[in-house]
Design a protein around this ligand. Structure first.
Ligand SMILES: Cc1cc2nc3c(=O)[nH]c(=O)nc-3n(C[C@H](O)[C@H](O)[C@H](O)COP(=O)(O)O)c2cc1C
Length: 185
């Protein structure tokens, strides 16, 4: 590639030992030379409140600005109760409002996720894709990364143990750069 791509990425979990955060950290490290992945910290982002839409808290403004400035958004989502958890969703809600200034509209995006179950966020990712139809987010179609049995994939320090997955993460970012390019003149 002849240019650099900057992606904003967040993990929809506030847990210190979050597998999705570990997966996001591994994604940052797996980035090819022409891709930079900037992690969005969401711990200070409150639950969405429409009363604050026009004058949001600073953490929300930072988040929205970073998504707007990035070439693409990457969402690393856990699965809770067969769907996306509140932490994943509240970021989407803040990003989408006010509706005439959504930073998600026509944003190229990609998703991946890790769960301790055997389906590796299959249902959460399906739910997230549905949001695309409402918000006009351009989610990458392929490749898909669903990390099942996440508790077996990382060591005590949170480092990725699975070499095949490491390669897949690099390929994922390469594919996303190509996907983003389709939407940029
Ligand atoms: C409230 C709750 C609901 C959950 N529901 C699911 C589920 O539907 N499917 C699944 O695979 N794992 C489920 N899990 C297990 C998660 O995959 C596991 O907690 C995982 O570690 C969450 O991601 P994190 O480590 O990034 O926080 C659930 C966990 C919690 C706390």
């Amino acid at each position: 590639m002849d240019r650099t791509f900057t992606f904003a990425a967040y993990a929809g979990s506030l847990r210190k030992r979050s597998y999705n955060r570990m997966l996001l950290n591994a994604l940052v490290k797996a980035a090819p030379q022409h891709v930079r992945v900037d992690v969005l910290e969401i711990a200070q982002v409150p639950l969405f409140n429409a009363d604050l839409e026009d004058d949001p808290p600073p953490a929300v403004t930072r988040l929205r600005d970073a998504i707007r400035a990035a070439d693409g958004l990457i969402i690393v989502t856990p699965e809770h109760n067969g769907t996306i958890p509140a932490a994943t969703k509240t970021v989407i809600e803040w990003a989408s409002r006010p509706s005439d200034d959504s930073v998600l509209e026509r944003k190229p995006a990609a998703m991946l996720g890790a769960s301790t179950g055997y389906y590796g966020t299959l249902r959460a990712q399906a739910a997230l894709r549905q949001i695309a139809t409402i918000e006009e987010v351009y989610f990458m179609v392929n490749p898909e990364i669903r990390v099942a049995r996440a508790q077996t994939k990382f060591d005590e320090r949170g480092e990725l143990l699975d070499e095949e997955l490491r390669t897949e993460l690099t390929e994922f970012l390469e594919a996303f750069a190509s996907w983003v390019r389709r939407f940029q003149p």
